[in-house]
Design a binder for this molecule. Sequence first.
Ligand code: ZN
Length: 271
Amino acid sequence: MPELPEVEILSRQLKHHLIGRVINKVEVHSHKLRKPVPATLQEGLMGNEIKSVNRMGKFLLFKLSLGQTLVMHLGMTGSLRFFSTCSTDCHDLKHIRVKFALDKGVLFFCDVRKFGFIDLFNNFPSYLKNLGLEPLTDDFCGQKLFLITKKTTKPIKTLLLEQNKIAGIGNIYANEALFVSNINPFRSAASLSLAECEVLSQSLKTVLIKSIELGGSSMKDYCHLDGKRGGYQNHFLIYARSGLQCKKCDNMISSSVLAGRSTFFCKTCQG
Ligand code: ZN
């Protein structure tokens, strides 16, 4: 599933290609995504200039000249592809759910499993209003994380995945940051000391920034706007490395399931 780094990369690439472009036509190929595609999508978008593109958590927000905002979430298997002209490559695309024809170029929203969604709003919807802290901002620090962790005895990894507490973290980067911090994913969040929260908040920033620098993680479907794959999957420290040697000690990496998600840890380093 695309997490903060993957969505951030797309946001930066979309800014480059889409700001100032006008939406001429919208074709909805699948109306049933995780949420139904708004019936007013085509009517609401046509003739709008794209004024800005930004990321909030795992959401992409496109501010439009007529005042509304278009939102996209890539769900599990969503991807976006942009073509300045529609060539053979563009005709070979699979699982196209929505096509946006611009005055210059075409944007495709593709999604194999259809867990992503597209929305259009005037007033901020609750799923955006309720997002938690953005981990790459100065506002997110050990002290803030400590205040959040004190309120729950849930496992720390489960807490990191809650979008209304910290926005944008998914399973890959929760596993990676806990390993960097030498914190066991199953530990009660409330048991973390302020010093551990300082380390964990910094580790989250470090792994997210490193992933952005490497183009994000392309495990299956995720790719850049031009179809290129990211590279962070070749640098995973602990994620998907069950049975392999820990990069900090000689022990074998363990795996388990926590709250339905694959969880990887070193019993020695994160004991
Ligand atoms: Zn280890």
